[in-house]
Design a protein around this ligand. Structure first.
Ligand code: AVI
Length: 318
């Protein structure tokens, strides 16, 4: 976090980008705050809880798939490559890929240095003969990978359907950036969530235990805590909506009554029923996924799904 001097001379610990995104997002129509701000410590813990919910199929489906396709993956990827994970976080699915493809090096890329160091240590302890080169960076941009792996074939790894949290155009930009970072001839293993019946999709983002609701509402608590907000938390409720036209789940915070509050001394009024759009989670049919990858400069070479076709892991070539 950056320390920022406020106009009245008081020090604020808020990230200036968070401040800008919230103040701007609350003035937009429709109001919208980027989903990246969900992930403070509490939000990250809640997300971990989400991944274990009975309704939230993506994590366990992708994990089971990665467990099953190990030998197939190994047939497509020569041993000794460098595995580059984008937005590695806690690197929980990484051992499944490491065990399958036996890389000579692992390069986790994440913007959160603390998380990166901690997960790199865990991976190093588990694979003492593999080079682990943590790289603190914003992986959505072109990344200059360490010189040590310059002449090693590279395999990108981007699990979790995180690509779905981007609008199609930035998703293509990201795929292009990954291609640029990894280089010609590299491979990418990417997890993408499939379009399916809303009766499965909506509960995955609006679970019975209310964990996803808490995850969404935590954004308001974070604004109150970090940006001197006075938002009455009980005046908002979590909404998860399937937008069929755009093939995405949208998360919103809906005002349950007319409400007025301040954020950093700026006044805002929201009328009952109005929402703050907080996240998109795009889903891709088999062809959509392949078109997206091709638009991003990748040629799909293999694809695996679970028996119910809930989730896909795709291997693509640059
Ligand atoms: C991180 N991302 C892939 C999750 C998703 O499914 O879009 C974030 C999430 N939001 C609510 N539940 C999970």
């Amino acid at each position: 976090m950056l320390k920022q001097e406020m106009e009245d001379g008081q020090a604020s610990l808020a990230d200036p980008q968070f401040r800008a995104d919230v103040l701007n997002g609350l003035t937009l129509r429709p109001r919208a705050i980027p989903a990246r701000w969900f992930y403070d410590r509490r939000g990250s813990d809640l997300f971990e809880d989400i991944t274990r919910l009975p309704e939230y199929y993506p994590t366990r489906t992708e994990t089971a798939l990665l467990e099953q396709i190990g030998s197939d993956l190994a047939r497509h990827v020569a041993p000794g490559a460098a595995l580059v994970e984008f937005g590695s976080g806690s690197s929980t699915k990484t051992p499944l890929v490491i065990d399958a493809i036996q890389p000579s090096a692992y390069v986790p890329i994440d913007i959160s240095g603390d998380m990166l160091r901690e997960s790199s240590r865990v991976v190093s302890d588990r694979y003492p003969n593999m080079l682990v080169l943590p790289f603190e960076a914003d992986f959505t941009r072109l990344v200059d990978l360490p010189r040590t792996i310059e002449s090693t074939p590279k395999i990108g790894f981007f699990p979790g359907s995180t690509i779905g949290n981007l609008m199609p155009r930035p998703a293509v930009d990201l795929l292009r950036a990954m291609r640029g970072s990894l280089g010609e001839g590299s491979r990418l293993i990417i997890g993408m969530d499939r379009i399916k019946d809303p009766s499965v999709l909506v509960p995955a983002y609006d679970d019975a235990a209310g964990v996803t609701a808490a995850f969404n509402c935590n954004l308001l608590a974070r604004i109150n805590r970090e940006l001197e907000g006075t938002i009455p938390l009980d005046a908002f409720r979590h909404r998860a909506i399937w937008n069929d036209d755009r093939a995405r789940i949208e998360m919103h915070l809906e005002a349950t009554r007319d409400v007025s509050f301040e954020v950093e001394e700026r006044p805002f009024s929201i009328t009952a029923g109005e929402t703050i759009h907080t996240e998109n989670s795009h889903k891709y049919g088999p062809r959509d996924a392949r078109i997206l990858l091709r638009a991003g400069g990748w040629t799909p070479v293999a694809e695996w799904t679970d028996p119910d076709g809930l989730f896909a892991v795709i291997l693509a070539e640059a």
